[in-house]
Design a binder for this molecule. Structure first.
Ligand code: ARG
Length: 569
C-alpha cells in the first residue's frame, strides 16, 4: 500500500506542478529512515533548482497540491523540515484503505504482474545420475522450487528443468563394473548405493590394473555410438536412479516440466561445434578444441583430443535448445558458488558467438552447507543419504509433538510436514549465496527463527478464528489502529505484494522468508498483549480481521517457499 501510495503521490505532485508551470518535473517520494520524518517524505531540492524559486515558496506550493488532492484524507500531518515535506499517515483512514483493498482485491493475496507475458527457464536440482543426491543438490532443489513459485506468482511463465547429469565417462566405468561383478537385484533394491559402490570398486581395481581405464573408455565410446547393450544398461541405471530421486522430490513436493539432461543434448552438440568452427572461434590446442575467452577467463574446452564433448558443450547445446523451444526472456541456473566461473565462461562464449542474450543467462549461485564449520559432505565410504536427513527431521518433530501435544491425531503425517518444511525454511531464510550451518535440532525447534515457528503461528490463528467462528464483516472499529503497534502490523501486511516482487527481482527467497518471520513476531507480540475475544463486537471483529489477514499472508508466503500448511500441531 505504501508503495502504491508513494507512486500515486508522485504523479499527483508531478501533474500539479505541470499544471502550474507547464513543464515536466520528476519528483522523488520516499520512505524516510528517521521516525521524525513521518511515514512518507518528499525531498523538494530538485524542484527548487528547476524553478529557481525560494525553498519556502516551493514547499508551500507542493504542500497545497497534496492537501488539495483526494489523498489528503490519508494523512494526519503534512509538515516541512528543511527541504523535505513529511507526511504522517492518518492511522484510521489508512487502515480502512488497507483493509478494504485486501477484501476488495479480485486477485489472491500477494499478486504482481511484473512477469506477465514473460518466460523464465529454470534449471535446478540437476543431480548426477548414479551418484548420491548431495546436500548441494538439495539446496538447488529447494531454492529453485521457491524462486519458481515466486516468479509464477508475479505472472512469469516458468519452465522447470531438471538438467540431469546423466552422461559422461563415469558410465563406461559403471557399466564395466556392473558387467563384471554387478548384481541386478541389489541395484534394483538400492540403486544409488549399489551404483556408487560399483564405481568405487572400479577405481580400486583400476589402481592395480590401469588397463581397466581403457576398457571403460572403450565402453563409453560405444555407448556414445549407441551400442544397444550399453544403451539398455545406461537407460536402466538412469531410470533406477531417477526413482530414488523421485522419492525426495515427492517429499519436498517439487516437480519438473522436463528431465532432459546432458545425454539428451549430446546429439545436439555437433551443430554447436560446427557453428563455433564457422565463426572462427575454435582453436586447436594439443589436439583439443578450445574457445579463447581473452584475458578475463580461462579458455573454454569444447572438445577433447579424443573427440568427446564436455559439460560445457552440452550446456551450450541446452541453452540454444531452450532459447528456440521456450523463447525464454531469462534462463536461471541454480547451481553452487563453485561454478561461478563456469557460467561466466558460458556467457562469454555466447557473446563471442554474436548472440545478444548474454545478460539473460543468470547464475543463481548458492553457498555451502556446513556442519561444525566444515563442508557437510559424504563421509569416507559412507553416503549421507538425503532421505535419512529428511526422515530424521521428521522424527525430531515427532518428539516435539509428543512432548507438547501427545494426543494429536495423524501425528506422523503432521510431523513429516513439520520436519521437511523445517529443513526447507532453514535453508531459505539465509541469503542463498552465503554458507550456513546445518543443525537439525535447531531448525525443528518450535520457537526461534524456524519453519515450525511460522507453522505454529498459523495454527494458533486458525484455532482462534475457528473457536470464535470468524466471518468477514465491515463492522470494524478503526480507532484501534491509533495504537502504534497495531498500526505497524497492518502496515507490514500492506507491503506483502512489494516483498514478493523484491524477492522475485533479486531471486532471493530469503527476502520473503525474513518478512514472514517478522510478521509472525509482530503477531505474537500483538497476541501476547491483546485479548481477542472481547465483548465489544466491533473491537472483536477488528482484531479477528487483522488475524485473518496475517494468516492469509503467512500461509500464502509459506506455500511459495515450498512449505506445508497445517491446521493442528
Ligand atoms: N549436474 C551438475 C552438478 O551436479 C549441475 C548441473 C547444473 N545445470 C547446468 N545446466 N549446468 O554439478
Amino acid at each position: 500500500m505504501i508503495e502504491k501510495l508513494k507512486n500515486t503521490l508522485k504523479s499527483v505532485i508531478e501533474s500539479g506542478l505541470k499544471k502550474e508551470y507547464n513543464e515536466d518535473f520528476v519528483v522523488i517520494v520516499e520512505e524516510p529512515k528517521r521516525a521524525d520524518q513521518g511515514d512518507i517524505s518528499v525531498p523538494v531540492f530538485s524542484v527548487v533548482k528547476q524553478l529557481k524559486k525560494p525553498l519556502p515558496e516551493v514547499v508551500g506550493l507542493i504542500t497545497s497540491i497534496i492537501k488539495e488532492s483526494e489523498y489528503s484524507v490519508l494523512f494526519s500531518e503534512v509538515y516541512a523540515i528543511g527541504g523535505f515535506i513529511n507526511l504522517k499517515l492518518n492511522k484510521q483512514t489508512a487502515s480502512k484503505k488497507i483493509i478494504n483493498e485486501f477484501f476488495e482485491s479480485t486477485t489472491p493475496v500477494g499478486s504482481s504482474s511484473i512477469g506477465n507475458g514473460k518466460t523464465i527457464c529454470m534449471d535446478y536440482s540437476s543431480p548426477n545420475i548414479a551418484k548420491s543426491f548431495s546436500i548441494g543438490h538439495l539446496r538447488s532443489t529447494i531454492i529453485g522450487a521457491a524462486i519458481g513459485n515466486i516468479l509464477e506468482k508475479c505472472g512469469y511463465t516458468v519452465v522447470r528443468i531438471n538438467h540431469l547429469g546423466d552422461f559422461g565417462t563415469q558410465f563406461g566405468k559403471i557399466i564395466y563394473a556392473y558387467l563384471h561383478y554387478g548384481n541386478e537385484e541389489l541395484v534394483k533394491k538400492n540403486p544409488i548405493e549399489e551404483l556408487v559402490k560399483l564405481y568405487v570398486e572400479f577405481h580400486e581395481l583400476a589402481k592395480e590394473n590401469p588397463s581397466l581405464e581403457d576398457s571403460a573408455r572403450e565402453i563409453f565410446k560405444e555407448l556414445e555410438q549407441k551400442n544397444p547393450k550399453y544403451v539398455a544398461l545406461w537407460t536402466w541405471f538412469r531410470e533406477e536412479s531417477l526413482k530414488d530421486y523421485m522419492e525426495i522430490y515427492k517429499l519436498l513436493n517439487v516437480s519438473f516440466d522436463s528431465y532432459d539432461g546432458e545425454a539428451f543434448f549430446y546429439d545436439k552438440t555437433k551443430p554447436i561445434i560446427q557453428e563455433l568452427t564457422d565463426k572462427n572461434l575454435l582453436v586447436l590446442d594439443q589436439g583439443a578444441m578450445i574457445v579463447d575467452l581473452g584475458e578475463d577467463f580461462p579458455p573454454a574446452l569444447i572438445q577433447k583430443s579424443d573427440g568427446s564433448t564436455l559439460y560445457i558443450t552440452r550446456d551450450l547445446a541446452a541453452l540454444f535448445y531452450r532459447k528456440n523451444t521456450y523463447h525464454f526472456d531469462k534462463v536461471l541456473y541454480v547451481v553452487g558458488n563453485e561454478q561461478k566461473l563456469y557460467f561466466e565462461q558460458i556467457r562469454k562464449v555466447v557473446d563471442l558467438m554474436g548472440y545478444p542474450y548474454k545478460d539473460e543467462i543468470i547464475h543463481i549461485n548458492f553457498g555451502l552447507v556446513l556442519q561444525d564449520g566444515k563442508k557437510m559432505s559424504t563421509r569416507k565410504g559412507k553416503i549421507v543419504r538425503l532421505i535419512d536427513v529428511l526422515t530424521e527431521a521428521t522424527s525430531l518433530s515427532l518428539n516435539y509433538i509428543n512432548e507438547k501435544n501427545p494426543d494429536l491425531e495423524n501425528k506422523e503425517e503432521i510431523a513429516s510436514k513439520i520436519g521437511i518444511s523445517a529443513v526447507i525454511f532453514n535453508d531459505l531464510k539465509n541469503y542463498r549465496a552465503n554458507d550456513f550451518e546445518f543443525n537439525l535440532e535447531d531448525m525443528v525447534n518450535f520457537s526461534g527463527q524456524t519453519g515450525p515457528y511460522l507453522q505454529y503461528t498459523s495454527v494458533r490463528i486458525t484455532s482462534i478464528l475457528q473457536s470464535v467462528g470468524y466471518v468477514p464483516t465491515e463492522n470494524l472499529d478503526y480507532t484501534l489502529f491509533d495504537d502504534e503497534q497495531t498500526f505497524e502490523m497492518l502496515k507490514a501486511l500492506s507491503v506483502y505484494d512489494e516483498v514478493i516482487e523484491k524477492s522475485a527481482q533479486e531471486y532471493a527467497p530469503s527476502v520473503l522468508a525474513k518478512y514472514l518471520l517478522n510478521l509472525s513476531s509482530l503477531f505474537n507480540t500483538f497476541y501476547g498483549k491483546e485479548k481477542i475475544n472481547v465483548p465489544n463486537a466491533f473491537e472483536r471483529n477488528t482484531k479477528l480481521t487483522l488475524l485473518y489477514i496475517v494468516k492469509s499472508i503467512l500461509d500464502d508466503g509459506m506455500k511459495l517457499l515450498g512449505m506445508q500448511i497445517i491446521d493442528k500441531m
